[in-house]
Design a protein around this ligand. Structure first.
Ligand SMILES: [Zn+2]
Length: 465
């Protein structure tokens, strides 16, 4: 009886009269349907109006003219880079990193907090409901950067995975970052474990998860890769890093380790269904087979790969092999827009420039990458990433009846191929965080001011050296 009383007391929100792309396994869509949210879960999704006998309906939304989709999932980002956008704009990855490391090494806690707010606000406004941040810069004495980032996500109301990054291979060890920007092996491992213990929530509806995330082969020692993987498995959390991003990285791996990046990852324990890797641009057939065999996931970042002239990831081949693939903004120092909904379009366009041409990816495939694929890559596909009863109430209502989209009959084609669609409402965990394109949880103008001020402070601090 107590359980029934609790269930009947659950507050319901009813959304009706919208097109719905559920992105479930069968790709079910409704031209006009309903979604019922009960507490932080999706209770029902279907054609036509909602059942008439629902108790405790606290809100009814007439979503005529809208498309409902699962919330977008961002699988790779570096929030701190919000303060260093628009710099080194004509560089490839390695030159760009070398140009920016000295500035990044000056960040402190207020800067990290403001940058996280800016990055999250920009994504959330554009329909992101789950985000991941790969944060690997931890200057000595900078304060509690992980805590500041987690706080920003919690205050904004976005579901979040903090990939606690690290670097311990400075220039004097043959790495790319300057020595003063790296941690020691022991410090990196201890701080990562402490971050998992403080912030990781394994529960179904967790708002915060933590992953172990050494930065990349060219900034991390083999020992940190190996022990990082062991730490993650001991603590039962996921593993994240960058891999196979550029031809220069491939050359670096061959020179230093005598093998390509994928073989190096395999040799250090970094392939597995608990691993997701950003980029994966330069992969041969046997690399792709190794990812498929082990269930290793990929965060595809098309705009960043284009901005840094890294190349075109073989997304159609990865998908055909059964590799889980999600989308990533990547850091906003290499993708100044900072939006994920535009990556749906860019993923489709860029992949069609590759070997598979027009068969590379279609609009529904792009939407799947940005939703269910992302949830898979973050290990949360049972909980979010599609609109199905029992899953978490993470969804977006995209407005499709304005000048930008009203003459396109297929709403999914309109969303992916058209201009960025306005977000009328975005729900995370059953809580609305966006209304008519404005964030409900933070003052956007205040965030714009604080990020500008912190970006200027960082530039001044870095100039002093
Ligand atoms: Zn990255």
């Amino acid at each position: 009886m107590a359980a029934m009383a609790a269930a009947s007391a659950t507050e319901r929100t009813v959304i009706e009269n919208c097109a719905i792309a559920t992105v479930d396994a069968g790709g079910t869509e409704y031209a006009s349907g309903h979604i019922v949210l009960a507490g932080n879960r999706i209770e029902s999704v279907g054609a036509g109006g909602a059942p008439g006998d629902l108790a405790n309906v606290v809100r009814r939304i007439d979503a005529t003219g809208h498309l409902a989709t699962p919330g977008l999932v961002n699988t790779h980002h570096h929030f701190y880079q919000w303060l260093t956008r628009g710099l080194a704009t004509d560089h490839n990855l390695f030159d760009w990193l070398v140009a920016l490391y000295p500035t990044w090494a000056r960040i402190d806690e207020p800067m990290a907090h403001a940058a996280a707010q800016g990055s999250l606000a920009m994504m959330a406004r554009g329909g992101v409901t789950t985000a991941a941040d790969h944060h690997y810069i931890h200057p000595r004495g900078a304060g509690d950067l992980s805590g500041a980032i987690v706080r920003a996500a919690r205050d904004l109301g976005v579901r979040f995975t903090l990939a606690r990054g690290s670097m311990d291979r400075g220039e004097s060890d043959g790495g790319l970052p300057p020595d003063f920007a790296v941690e020691s092996l022991d410090d990196a491992l201890a701080a990562t474990e402490a971050t998992v213990r403080e912030h990781h929530d394994p529960s179904f509806d967790a708002m915060t998860r933590v992953a172990v995330a050494p930065c990349s082969p060219f900034s991390v020692s083999t020992e940190l890769m190996r022990q990082g993987a062991e730490l993650a498995r001991r603590l039962g959390v996921r593993l994240h890093t960058h891999g196979s991003e550029t031809v220069e990285e491939e050359k670096f791996c061959h020179e230093l380790f005598g093998m390509g990046p994928t073989d190096y990852f395999e040799s250090t324990g970094w392939l597995g269904e608990d691993v997701w890797m950003a980029h994966c641009v330069h992969m041969n057939d046997s690399d792709i087979a190794a990812f498929a065999r082990t269930g290793t996931g990929v965060a595809h970042c098309p705009s960043s790969n284009a901005r840094l002239a890294a190349g075109i990831a073989r997304v159609p081949d990865l998908l055909a092999a059964g590799v889980p693939v999600g989308l990533g903004v990547d850091g906003t120092a290499s993708n100044e827009s900072g939006e994920l909904h535009t990556e749906l379009r860019n993923a489709l366009l860029i992949n069609r420039l590759g070997a598979h041409r027009e068969a590379a990816l279609n609009a529904r495939g792009a939407l799947r990458l940005g939703t269910y694929g992302g949830a898979q890559v973050l290990g949360r596909a049972a909980e979010t990433g599609s609109l199905e009863p029992g899953k978490l109430a993470d969804l977006v209502l995209w407005r499709m009846d304005t000048l930008a989209h009203s003459s396109i009959a297929d709403p999914v084609a309109a969303l992916v191929l058209g201009a960025p669609a306005p977000v009328t409402a975005s729900f995370v965990n059953g809580r609305q965080i966006v209304e008519d394109g404005r964030l409900l949880t933070v003052d956007e103008d205040a965030v714009a001011r604080s990020t500008r001020d912190e970006a200027r402070r960082l530039a001044r601090t870095a100039a002093r050296g």
